[in-house]
Design a protein around this ligand. Sequence first.
Ligand code: PLP
Length: 400
Amino acid sequence: EFSEIPLCPPDVVFGVLDSFNQDPDPNKVNLSIGAYRTDEGDPWVLPIVKATELALAQDVLQDHEYLPISGLTAFLDSSARLVLGASSTIILENRYAAVQTIGGTGAIRIGLGFLKKFSKSNVFYLPTPTWPNHNKILTELGAEIRSYRYYDVDKNCLDEKGMIEDLRAAPEGSTVILHGVAHNPTGMDPTKDQWKQICDVIKERSLTTFVDFAYQGFASGDLDKDAWAVRYFIEQGLNLFIAQSYSKNFGLYNERVGCLTVTCSSPKLASCVKSQLAVLCRTIWSNPSNHGARIVATVLNNPAMFAEWKENLRVMSDRLSQMRQALYDRLRVLGTPGNWDHLLAQIGMFSYTGLKPNQVEIMTKKFHIYLMKSGRISLAGLNSKNLDYVAKGIHEVITT
Ligand code: PLP
């Protein structure tokens, strides 16, 4: 009966990782991974996370009972405060519905599933390019997927005009997916002025706004700065779907901690929305997992721990920006043809280098440097030992 099932090609990101792992070359460099690495190239357990885990392990009140379907209350409340700001009127008026999810991906899946079920429109807009899982989730949901122009690959900048034009042509009620900060894969975010224009079009066309928010604090090292666009949209009276992930900013990748927050026009509506989100959670994973959410809730609700977490965040974001600057400096010193200013205009973990697929292939085949076919590199994979080697690799593929 199932003999006709075709083989599905490997996930693009994890496929590159497999090839890297199989490569025996001693100089190989992995610039494909979307996870933080130290200057020694190792994963980093944040000291505040380790300390919290040790304390939780000693806590006799901890057990392994099911959590509520929608998750830990202390986690949900602090997640909403983190993204909206503690003094947000949405919080003061209790106008939001939040559920704990299995990572940022779970938040996206539940939020989009809700919209697929309840929105009058089946049209969903994604930026070109975007995180590939957006497309996959919407495809699984049977949504009508459309794209809006986002990045100009020839000029290495935001395609402001194209983006606004495409959103302006969106049918009323469509959902537009935005990356709240540190756009993946390009690392190129709209400026404040551009965000304002985007907000105007969304209002003009009555679009539903879905914010994928996977990098708060990880991008600039400043939690409030990274939440600027989200808070601006809220101030302008928009209600948002916000998918938060704690994978990057807490380094809790495999604990799968995320939160979906939906802001609503009234507390009554928020309760109804929450009840419906809980139905979706119940039918997909039933109850969320405890460990990671407990760590996040503990840290976010304790001022001293919160301050320490911010320090840890800075360590990561500072190293990433140093690597960004260092790569740029090396390319300038080598005299690599082209304008590399876009490297510095981009933020966060990723950079869209502008390398073309054939150049990426040479980088990998000849130099054993692994990056995405799109030319995206993860700055986390760079360190003081491999920087020169990577810069020379880029220089050679561009000049030969
Ligand atoms: N959204 C974007 C843009 C991402 O880059 C990622 C992770 O790489 C996610 C969502 C999902 O995060 P999580 O691992 O928490 O599911």
